[in-house]
Design a protein around this ligand. Sequence first.
Ligand code: ADP
Length: 260
Amino acid sequence: FKKIPVGGHNQDELSQMTTTFNRMMERLEESFQSQQQFVSDASHELNTTLMIIEGYANMLRRWGTHDEEIRKESIESIYEETQRMRTMTQQLLTLASSQHKDSEPYERVELIGCCQQVVAHLKPVHDRQISIFTEEKEIWLDANLAKMKQLLVILLDNALKYSSEKIEIWISSNEKDVLLRVKDYGIGIPEGEIKRVFERFYRVDSSRHRKTGGTGLGLPIAKAITDAHQGTIRMESVEGEGTEVIVTLPQKQQERLPHQ
Ligand code: ADP
């Protein structure tokens, strides 16, 4: 018998191709499992909120006409839970649409002005001091303006929710990147939990956050935005002292700037 070469490949090439193929399948399987987990977590979160609304609606039906106290509590809670559900569904839609990265147009964005606008926009909803620190007059980068504002709102909203004192935004740049840091002096995060806060639906203490209105989707959206901008995001925190979120964004986007 003669040895027949398979498709012109030798044994080494074949085993290399098999390894690559197996790795691709593993990655596909992981991504499929993570999508399944996401759908199941989202359903669970929405279902919990619905059950709470249903509970209060039942209380209203049974005792609402006679008991003023129950009436007030139920109406207030139903309102709060529907607000929470609305935030969550909007955030889920944002996360889903952030998978289609190329749909968002990029433009030249001046980051210091953008931060000032967001800070001014948030002023009516809190009584805290948010200060911007920078040594530069202007810092420009290729970005989607709406997404940059959304990123800042998420980070400032967290800083406001989990701190009682002042909040600082530090902005700087080098020849390639822009560095944005949002720093608060609030409750901080236990060391072991920091790496998990960018996971979807992860909350450091879930009971605490039903009160603060958190959903556990803010930081995953912030990460999706920085990923789409080819940047990075990370968090440093000391429990009881405060938290700092550090974002790095490239000044120039590669291969995808329709207006430049
Ligand atoms: P949430 O809507 O719950 O704030 P996020 O994804 O934005 O969801 O944040 C995830 C969790 O990380 C929060 O529930 C909170 O426990 C923690 N966290 C985020 N930002 C801060 C911060 N600035 N200080 C303390 N804890 C924070």
